[in-house]
Structures are given as structure tokens and as C-alpha cells.
Design a binder for this molecule. Structure first.
Ligand code: ATP
Ligand code: ZN
Length: 283
């Protein structure tokens, strides 16, 4: 079968997590910082290390079969690609922001104003949808300094924690798009067996991330209550302990339910609770 090519960011916010995800999928490769391409030794796959902005077009044009990139970049480059899987990292939001003392309070107040951004396409679409005529000023970096320099009345930029805005005397006032890293491919390629295999591996890693393996000891008389608290993948495994009338219960729980469940389990008589990470869950 033809070797696949996947494009990931060479350096920057998505690089490390993208490499980690591929490694967790059992793929062996050297993460050469200096080279553009790395071969996977145990799967017919080559990894291309690129600037994130180039990834959507490379996939659309068939230079790479797959790519890992932020949804924001896909929207901005307006390419036609298939979104194969959300990856749960690189989360951020594109927001409109103004100076703390600005009289712009609503989206309508942007009428006739200048907005600085590195995302002119997404911004213009948003303004068109809201029926607002504003001047879009494209700047390639440090958008947050534009209002202070008198270059614009507002900015439209990526915000994750809001720290950069704050330190520049800006406040966000409207969210336009939330984004995370996604796996993209070419439309029509979804049936490719290697692509399907890779998606399955990625999904099993993502599922495992959301779940924990739990082992606990409980007296037989309390099993019923414990099991009702623990809907496992199918049903929990129950193993007798050397001590009579005691058993060990093994199961998986969702990370998000974790603390609530643990406290309820303790209250129901569970002892010696051990919680372990899971590497993969194959359904
Ligand atoms: P490149 O050199 O590859 O062009 P870049 O400077 O454009 O890199 P990064 O700053 O590394 O890009 O961000 C890559 C992606 O990470 C963004 O497109 C976005 O999807 C995501 N991201 C998550 N949080 C943030 C954030 N706080 N600021 C910027 N991007 C973020
Ligand atoms: Zn970029």
C-alpha cells in the first residue's frame, strides 16, 4: 500500500502535542528538529514538519495525505478538506477586544471602526454576517499593540488565557470562533485503509486519555452499591481476595466524574482505591 504522508507543525504550540499523539499511537520515528521529513519505521507513514499555515493547502493539494492543524488556520485559509477527528489540544478562541477605556461595547459599535487582525478572512466573514461595515487591517504579528499605537480601534485575535490582552490594557468583548487542533485529510480519501487504521489508533488514545483504571477493595455485602456507582466499559471485573468476604473490583471511570465518584465509593465502603492511567482503549 502507498506510504501516507502526515503534515504537522515544525515548531510552535502544536508541535509537541502532535508528536506525542503520534508516538502514543505506537508510531516509531525520530523527531529531527532540523529535517523536514521523518519516516515511521513501523507503519507506512512519513511525517512532514511544516509551518502550520501551509498545512491545510498541502493537504488539499495532495502533497500530504493528512495534517494536524488548528481549526482557526483551516477557516482562515478557506481550503476544502475533510475534518477527520478533533484532537482535544491547542484549544483557543478568536475574540474581538478593545482598550479598557473604549466606548465600543457591542458588536454594532464596530460600524465604521478599524480592527487589526492576523485573521482577516474569518473577521470579514463575521462582519458580513453581522452586517457591519468596518475596516479590517491585516497585521502579521503582535496585533495586541495596534490600539495603543493608534492603528486600530479594536483587535481580533487568538486568546487562550487572556493574559496578553490584559497586559496590553485590552478587554475581550465578543467571541467569534473557538478552535482546537484537528486531523484533516483530503475529501474522498476517507475509505483509505491506512487512514482508517490511523484514525482508529488516534481515537483509542483519546478515549484512554478521558478514562482511568480503578481498582478497589470492598466487602461482599457492599458490592451491589459499588457496582451501581461504576458503569464500566462492559461490567466491572470482580476478583476474590485472600481475606474471606472481601473482593477487588476493577473497572474504568471517566476522568471528569473522578472526584465525585471516588468520594461516593469511599462512602459506600470502598477501601484501598488505586487509580491508574490507561494507555489505549480498543473498542
Ligand atoms: P508557525 O511558525 O507554524 O506559523 P504560528 O506562530 O503561526 O506557527 P503558534 O503560535 O505556534 O503558530 O500556534 C499554532 C496554533 O496553536 C494556532 O494556530 C492555534 O490553533 C493554537 N493555539 C492555541 N492556543 C494559542 C494561543 N494562546 N495563541 C496562539 N495560538 C494558539
Ligand atoms: Zn503560523
Amino acid at each position: 500500500m502507498k506510504t501516507l504522508k502526515i503534515a504537522i507543525q515544525k515548531s510552535g504550540r502544536l508541535n509537541e502535542k502532535s508528536v506525542e499523539l503520534l508516538k502514543n499511537c505506537g508510531l516509531s520515528f525520530e523527531n529531527y528538529k532540523s529535517s523536514l521529513i521523518s519516516s515511521v519505521s513501523n507503519f507506512p507513514l512519513e511525517i512532514l514538519f511544516l509551518r502550520d499555515d501551509d498545512i491545510p493547502e498541502y493537504v488539499q493539494d495532495g502533497i500530504a495525505d493528512l495534517g494536524i492543524v488548528g481549526e482557526n488556520v483551516i477557516s482562515e485559509t478557506e481550503v476544502d478538506v475533510a475534518h477527520l477527528q478533533k484532537l482535544g489540544f491547542g484549544k483557543c478562541t478568536l475574540k474581538l477586544a478593545v482598550q479598557n477605556n473604549s466606548d465600543i461595547e457591542t458588536i454594532q459599535d464596530l460600524e465604521g471602526k478599524a480592527i487589526a487582525t492576523s485573521y482577516p478572512v474569518i473577521l470579514q466573514k463575521f462582519l458580513d454576517k453581522e452586517n457591519i461595515k468596518a475596516e479590517v487591517r491585516t497585521i502579521s504579528g503582535s496585533v495586541e499593540i495596534a490600539p495603543g499605537l493608534g492603528l486600530s480601534d479594536a483587535i481580533f485575535d487568538i486568546v487562550s488565557t487572556g493574559g496578553t490582552l490584559k497586559s496590553n490594557g485590552l478587554k475581550p468583548f465578543a467571541e467569534v470562533l473557538s478552535s482546537e487542533a484537528v486531523l484533516i485529510g483530503r475529501k474522498g480519501d476517507e475509505d483509505n485503509l491506512l487512514i482508517q487504521e490511523l484514525i482508529q489508533r488516534i481515537q483509542s488514545v483519546l478515549r484512554a486519555k478521558e478514562t482511568k483504571y480503578v481498582v478497589l477493595n470492598v466487602e461482599r455485602k457492599n458490592i451491589e452499591t459499588i457496582i451501581n456507582l461504576l458503569p464500566g466499559v462492559k461490567s466491572p471485573t470482580i476478583v476474590p481476595l485472600a481475606e474471606e468476604n472481601w473482593v477487588a473490583v476493577h473497572t474504568v471511570i471517566q476522568e471528569r466524574d473522578f472526584w465525585e465518584k471516588i468520594n461516593k465509593l469511599k462512602a459506600a465502603g470502598a477501601q484501598g482505591i488505586v487509580v491508574m492511567p490507561i494507555e489505549k482503549i480498543i473498542l
